[in-house]
Ligand binder design. Structure first.
Ligand SMILES: [Zn+2]
Length: 125
């Protein structure tokens, strides 16, 4: 099982973005490096054709440039449900699905899964 390492400052920015979007969902792409046992996340990218709604947030995956540095995506669950939905798994992009849950305040509100929906270990660095 891979461990997902988040840059501390980046994690703060992601939680802040989720708070600002609330009660709407937000979605961002994540950039980083994939190593043998770890995935390091250090940057976010606003997806093209970004849309936002009360029930869903998403982007058109066909517009994403083939960019190996994009390692996954992050989105918020204003409902507070930490689990990925079927749509989340079907639309997974990259290696990791990061879900931020209300109240978006700390690392406890960050949930990380692989694209099969298996929970991954998260750490801040
Ligand atoms: Zn979701």
């Amino acid at each position: 099982m891979k461990k997902v390492l988040f840059d501390k400052k980046l994690l703060k920015e992601l939680l802040e973005a989720a708070r600002k979007s609330f009660p709407k969902e937000m979605i961002l792409l994540l950039r980083g490096k994939v190593k043998k046992k770890e995935i390091f996340v250090n940057e976010f990218v606003v997806p093209p054709m970004f849309f936002q709604g009360f029930a869903s947030a998403g982007f058109n995956p066909y517009l994403i440039p083939m960019d190996a540095s994009i390692i996954g995506s992050v989105h918020s669950h204003p409902s507070g449900n930490p689990n990925p939905s079927v749509a989340d798994l079907n639309n997974a992009y990259g290696f990791v699905i990061v879900i931020l849950t209300y109240p978006f305040l700390s690392v406890e509100d960050v949930h990380v899964y692989d694209r099969k929906g298996e929970k991954l270990i998260k750490e801040t660095v």
